[in-house]
Design a protein around this ligand. Structure first.
Ligand code: AMP
Ligand code: MG
Length: 411
């Protein structure tokens, strides 16, 4: 049994990221959400593009107003009104001002904006009642970023803020990595599809659905291969066929030590090198990770128990899928947070143990609330609603209520 960290690095070393020249496509900005940027994005212009006002108020020369106060207001002549989107025509001379609104261009001659709340309008003049700070409330051209700087680096995931930046930069066609192709199959004679009637001894294949959604949530393409019976020949043919059209192939079940657990034998017959057989993690001990010969496809034989399959996915497949997808290295690692546990967390100490529950905001920051009910790897039900997996390290048997615990965030 490999320690979890070792298994993680073996897996990451097996994965080659998609190629930044070959494995890319151009997508419309509005459909780019969740995709991974493949080329650097550079601005052509300074931002702000023009000196502009951050307030509704009056554009002034600082020298004119620097000594004013409520007792000693200064009167300035309003020579122009500058709404947003309007190009000013006049230069502000000593004793003059322009009425200006948020986002509007600063007129020449003015260097500071006085907000309207500290002014008093008198027809064509205005009284300035408080001295502003020099250059206050002006967003100067290029003060946020300058032309020709790289604003978004390859490898970032495009979310709401990144899409907004791309829109601001007038980038409407975005080069992103293609979606990784992830094949998903379930092994087991006992399995039926959710729409099929259940006969005695049968079980619904929930893993296929869980993994399809988990893969899709990561911006990858889930290729459903369906249920494959525990029959060596059919399983071998299915795997051999799927390898050719997938970057990762995920199977569940058939990787334990039972008489019908054929996956490793079949992979060996297909010329694959098995890099991982089992990991010291609970749930999820049986885990087969193999690299297929003459192919870039990486095979993940996940355990069949539904919770084990998902824990293995979150802990091992997700970081690997991020690396494959071209995501920057800093973002591969699973997201752990350190919080206080509200309940005692038990383990037998033999394996790194993952217990599921909720991350709740308490009066003293986030807390971990252990899910009620059985923490059996076959009990999917209380995994629903869970947002984190609390980790009891190997060789530890208890993290007591009130102590700090590392929690892997899950979605
Ligand atoms: P296995 O790893 O094939 O021995 O399966 C371990 C346990 O997980 C057994 O109880 C299986 O019935 C169950 N199981 C296997 N595959 C699935 C699946 N796709 N969906 C739900 N349960 C499964
Ligand atoms: Mg099985």
């Amino acid at each position: 049994m490999l320690p979890v960290n070792q298994a993680e690095s073996i897996i990451l070393n097996l994965v080659q990221p998609l190629d930044s020249d070959r494995d890319v496509e151009i997508v419309d900005l509005l459909t780019a959400s969740g995709r991974t940027l493949a080329t650097p994005i550079t601005s052509k212009l300074d931002f702000p593009h023009w000196d502009n006002s951050a307030m509704d108020g009056y554009a002034v020369r600082f020298a004119d107003v620097k000594d004013c106060s409520p007792e000693n207001p200064i009167s300035l002549k309003i020579v122009e009104e500058i709404p947003a989107g309007y190009e000013p025509h006049l230069k502000i001379e000593p004793g003059q001002t322009a009425r200006i609104f948020t986002g509007a261009c600063m007129p020449l001659g003015a260097d500071t904006v006085v907000m309207q709340e500290v002014t008093q309008r008198k027809g064509e003049t205005v009284l300035i009642l408080e001295a502003p700070k020099f250059r206050e409330f002006v967003r100067y051209r290029g003060s946020f970023y300058q032309a020709d700087t790289t604003l978004l680096k390859p490898g970032i995931s495009l979310g709401v803020a990144e899409i907004a930046v791309l829109a601001a930069l007038q980038c409407l066609e975005i080069t992103v990595y293609r979606r990784p192709r992830v094949g998903i199959l379930s092994t087991g004679n006992e399995l039926v599809e959710p729409h099929q009637p259940l006969k005695p001894g049968q079980l619904v294949d929930s893993n296929q659905y869980a993994l399809a959604v988990a893969v899709a949530q990561m911006g990858a393409e889930a290729i459903g291969i369906g249920i494959v019976p525990d029959e060596r020949k059919i399983l071998q043919e299915t795997i051999a066929k799927a390898i050719g059209c997938t970057d990762f192939l995920l199977s569940t079940g058939g990787v334990s030590v039972g008489d019908y657990d054929y996956v490793e034998e079949i992979l060996t017959e297909l010329g694959a090198e098995i890099h991982i057989h089992s990991v010291a993690i609970k749930p999820g001990k049986p885990l087969t990770v193999a690299k297929l010969a003459d192919s870039d496809c990486v095979y993940f034989g996940l355990p069949g128990n539904p919770v084990s399959a998902l824990v293995s996915f979150w802990r091992f497949v997700q970081p690997a899928l991020k690396k494959l997808a071209g995501v920057e290295k800093e973002a591969w690692k699973p997201e752990f947070v350190t919080v206080r546990t509200l309940q005692d967390l038990h383990s037998n100490g033999k394996r790194e143990t993952y217990l599921w529950g909720k991350l709740n905001l308490g009066s003293d920051g986030y807390e971990f609330q252990l899910a009620r009910g059985s923490h059996s790897s076959g009990n999917l039900i209380n995994l629903a609603g869970s947002t984190g997996l609390a980790v009891v390290p190997i060789n530890e048997t208890l993290i007591s209520a009130g102590e700090l615990v590392q929690v892997l965030k899950i979605s």
